[in-house]
Design a protein around this ligand. Sequence first.
Ligand SMILES: *Cc1c(COP(=O)(O)O)cnc(C)c1O
Length: 396
Amino acid sequence: MKEKTSLNRRVETEAVRIQAERTQFQEHSVPMYLTSSFVFEDAEDMRASFAEEIDRNIYSRYSNPNSTEFIDKVCAMEGAEAGFAFASGMAAVFSTFAALLEGGDHVLAAQSIFGSTHSLFSQVFPKWDIHHDYFKIDELETIESLVTPKTKMIYAETPTNPGVDILDLEKLGRIAKKHGLLLLIDNCFASPYLQQPIRFGADLVIHSGTKLMDGQGRVLAGVTVGRADLIDRIYRFARITGPALSPFNAWVLSKSMETLAVRVDRHCENALQLAQFLEGHPKVEQVKYPFLKSHPQYEVARKQMKAGGCVVAFTLKGGLESGQRFFDAIRLLSLSANLGDSRSIVTHPASTTHSKLSKAEREEAGISEGMVRISVGLEHIEDILQDIAQALDKVW
Ligand SMILES: *Cc1c(COP(=O)(O)O)cnc(C)c1O
C-alpha cells in the first residue's frame, strides 16, 4: 500500500513520470526489484518496521518498489488515495470483497458482470453466508427496492462485459450515498484513462491489469484503489492471505502505464471506426459501442467517458450458425478470450467467458448465442476492417 503522491500534473504525465526512487546507479529506467524480502539496519529498525512506525518495504507479499510504483500510477490516474496490487484481476475482486464483507452481509450486483465474478457470488461467497441480489442495469432505480438492512455494497462494471452497456455512475453514486452503501466499480473495460469512477462517488475501483493496462497480453494482474481506510483493510487481508502481484509483473505493468494513454486513444479510434463499419453492414443485426449514437446509453457514455473503449459487441443475422462461420473465416484477428491487447481479438462470449452461466442467466445478462465481442487492437484499421469484411462475406 502507498499513499498517493500529491503532484499536480496531468495524468498522462504522472503515468510516465511517477518512479521509484533511483538507486546509487542513477538508472533512468526503473530496475526490477526481484527480491522476496528486504534487510533491516539493526534491531531497532527491524522492530520499528514490523510495528509499522516507519513506512518501508519488509517482504514482497506486503509491498515491493515495483508494485508501489505501479499502484501510484493507477492512483494518480483514478484520483485515488491508496491502492493494493494483486496477482490477477480476480484476486483483486475476491480479496476486496473478502476483506470488506462479513458472514450475513448482502451485496447488490449489476446483472451484467464478468463471468468469474458471477461465479464468485453464486459458488464461493454463499459458503461464508455472504449473499447477493442482481439489479437490472437499465433500471437502476430498482436498486433501492432491493436494499436490506444487511446490504453493504453496490458492485458494478461499466462498460459491461461483453455487451458494452453503460451504467450511469453518477446515479449509482447517489443511490449508494443515500443508503450508506459502499460503491465498488470494476473499471477494467474503460481503463483509468477513459473513466474515473471516484469522481462520481465510487469508494473503490477495481481493475484487471491483464487487459488494457498491460495491453500487450503478457501478464496477469489486478489492482484495487480508492479510499485509504478501505485500502488499509484490504492491505491487511492481502498481507495475511498472499494474493500480491509479483515484482516482475509489476515492473512490466508500470512500464505499460507509460503508454496507456496513447494506446487507448488508438484503440478507441479503431474501435469507433469498426463499429461504424459494422453498423452499416447488411449481415449485422445489431452493433453496440458506447460512442455510437445508436447506443442506448450514448449520452451517459459521453458524460462519464473520454472515449468509447476498445470493445465492440455485435450480433450477426443468422445467430449462432453465422457466428461459427464468421469465427472460422477470420484470418488476421485472434480467436482468444482476452481483451485490451494490442492484437485484435474476436470472442464468442456464450461459449467462452460466460459459458459457466446457464442459458437463462446469459439471457438475463443480455448475452445472446450469436453475440460476437471484438477487442479492437492497434493494427492498422484498414487491415482490421478487411479481415472482418472478408469473414462477413463468408457467413452466408
Ligand atoms: C478479465 C476481467 C476480470 C478478471 O481479471 P483477470 O486478470 O483475468 O483475473 C475482472 N473483471 C473484468 C471486467 C474483466 O474483464
